[in-house]
Design a protein around this ligand. Sequence first.
Ligand code: GLC
Length: 546
Amino acid sequence: MRRHSFVSLIALLVAVSATCLSCNGSGRQRSLLPDDDPNWYRSAVFYELFPRSFRDSDGDGIGDLAGIREKLSYLDDLGISAVWLNPIYPTPFFDSGYDVAGYREINPEYGTMEDFDNLLESAHRAGIRVILDLVFNHTSDEHPWFVESRSSLDNPKRDWYQWADPPFDYECFNPMNFQFGLERWTLDPVTGQHYFHHFRPQMPDLNFYNPEMREALLDVVRFWLYKGVDGFRLDVGHMYFEGTEGCEHLPETHDFHRELRTLVDLFPSRAMVGEISGPPPDVLSYLGNGTNELHMVFNFPLVTMIYPSIWTGDRWCLEIGLDRSHFSKPPGGQMANILGNHDFFRPDGLLFGDSGRIKLAATLLMTLPGTPFVYYGEEVGMANGTATVVDYRDAARTPMQWDGSPGGGFTEGTPWIPLSPNWETHNVAVEEGDPASILSHYRKLIQLRKQSEALQSDHASFIDPGSRSVLALVRGEGESAIVVLTNLKKSMVEGIFDLSEVPWPEGEICNLLGEDGSSVILNDETRGHYPYSLKPHGTMVLAPCP
Ligand code: GLC
């Protein structure tokens, strides 16, 4: 009898270990995604999505997790390999969810933890990875940690936030953050002390000098990693530590990023991208030595140069942007390219609703070196909204435009914020069937990027196209290199460029974009002065014909 229970125990242990193995040793559910692909984020096309505005599945006017799940096949068709969800946690919504009131819970307006698990599982089944926003610089003042911390001077969590009496040793006012108010210290009547906040008074900053608090944050990271999320976007990752030594980019903040990376690397195939503001060298410094801090940082140094290049039709700004980002990063580090996000005005507004320019911006996003992040709705040319619920940034947070119905296909109820003014003309239903639409352009470019190892590669070098309005980049190396020629101007341009540096064999050259190709055969004579002609805002992606 005893022997029998011993055998059962062994059988049980074997079954449990087998189950664990099928979870990849990290608790992750089985999926179609390979688990041994640590570099997946380099070839991925990401999609940033504001959950409140993507798809409302229950008609209350607020987007939710079940709604996102309904739209996975749309994302899959578009060619998206990973989504970044803006905060999905409980929040009093003073900062649109970036005031988090519980790091391990789901905002009940968006659903339940079960809804999240279902979304994650379905996304993985569809081959789409999911990364979450980690907002670690601050919490909401309704977060239980702050509720405890403020309750008394001797509460065990008192030191998890920054409490002081005037005069304060540091102020840390940054004029860029004017929308959060002018004061950085707020008096709390409960104990008569002030607490520090980089952002709104409802968003107290955590005290990163407290090791117990840091450990609690690492536990949050473990919680989501064990759940199987594929990584994180780190909110204001340069602001964690502040004090008399400075307000941003402190060495201790880098130490914490290294600790985070060590933890995340224990789990296979996960990646982090940081929102880091500041001068380009500071932004790049969060890539560490290329392998020991963040996997990617958002390419703010480049995006601020993309628009001026498009406005002026001159590649100069773009070259500077690339020099300060991609060409200056440590080997192994990766730039995350964007045209916009939930904090900026939409490309449609910045490019005056000009669809040629909007498509050109998309072409650059998909052909420049770095991992592209599409912000939801960019792919149909959504306009800025005109209503404000929280602050001016709501312009870029209006409901996704699925069709021309009154709720835009986003909701059957009343949307929490009105749709943007162009929803009837710029939506998925209208654009899907139109080969000349912005959506079709995105689809084509994303497919091209996903099929081209050269475009996914880190390699890029300039060639001189003889005209300042053309950006000519060699992407990839050797015979499989491709040449991307982009006309930044709204008029036709013709020129001659030198292909001597590109080791292509003699023969016919094709345009992989399938538009007008080139009828000139590459040979010893043409190699040094190969003619091209580009339509207004047009692009050719050249490679030897197969
Ligand atoms: C980041 C977010 C922004 C938020 C701020 C404070 O910049 O992108 O939306 O307001 O952090 O959390």
